[in-house]
Design a protein around this ligand. Sequence first.
Ligand code: BTN
Length: 335
Amino acid sequence: MIYNSFDDTGLLKVLRFLKTHNTEYLSGQDLSDVLRISRVAVWKHIKKIQTLGYTVESKQKEGYKLTKNSDLLLPWEIISGLKTKMLGQEAYYFDSIDSTQSQALKMANESKNNGTIVIAEKQTGGRGRSGRKWISPKGGIWFSIILHPKFDISNTTLFPIAASLALSNAIEKTCSVSTELKWPNDLTIMGKKLAGMLVDASFESNKIENLILGVGINFDVNTKEIEKILKKTPNYYGVSSLNEQKNKCKPIELIQSFLSELEQVYEELNSNQTNKIISKWTKKSSTIGKKIEIDTNDGKITGEAIKIDNDGGLLIKDKGKTHKVIAGDVIHRSK
Ligand code: BTN
């Protein structure tokens, strides 16, 4: 099942009408007359709308009434009430897909719109960093965003860091939950992984052609089950999920807020305000100031994480020597 934000189908016409008249019952005949579709078509659309998670009550002789919205991340729900100028203004929804990241990569050359978002209810081949698997059952928020940035190529490595800051801000504003940022771009709660990000970049003549940002948020997943699967894999340090927190929030509102926050950091990168991003990221970071261990291509580095550089690289001090690491998995050793 695939939906997008721009096809105006019969189903959407019926849904829109039900939404704008949700205080009254509408007869099948009225819907059929106003929307100029057959009564059978009206009935089929209502059935479909119900399977999409909306509650439509039906009363004999009176008709249909929409009493509850869907919690699915449907494209028209994301777009309605979205406060961004460009991010997320075009959306695709899949109930199941191998990976939104692979799908977005395929679409990147056609979709010239900045900020097209590809969302899936579940992924069967979710991809994590360093070629790892990303477990993506129903209940999580899994999406990828296609960008054609104008910012300087030197800001590419800072982008995922900025995106993790944007997500942390969105979770705080929408769900009233504080998260820590673990270098480079993991979000954690009490040291356990809540969300991760992946960026696939392509370049042409020293310019960024596409950046595909993949975001995975454990929103309402069974952490014990995921921990069982991941326990023996590299970079495993526990799994957390937003539903384990007291405060409840709606996934749609969280995505909308993230898109607004991402647009803000994106504009900051466009105007080279990298210091602003770095200082806000550092305030939320659980890595800076810690004794850490990190595996790099040149071997293991142990030391104290002192700060991140202008390009997002991590500076580590060990016995008076400072090392800079651009990519890798960090293990926190002490407070
Ligand atoms: C990580 O290893 O921390 C990055 C995880 C990124 C997962 C997201 S889920 C949506 C998008 N599609 C994928 O296949 N991966 C990313």
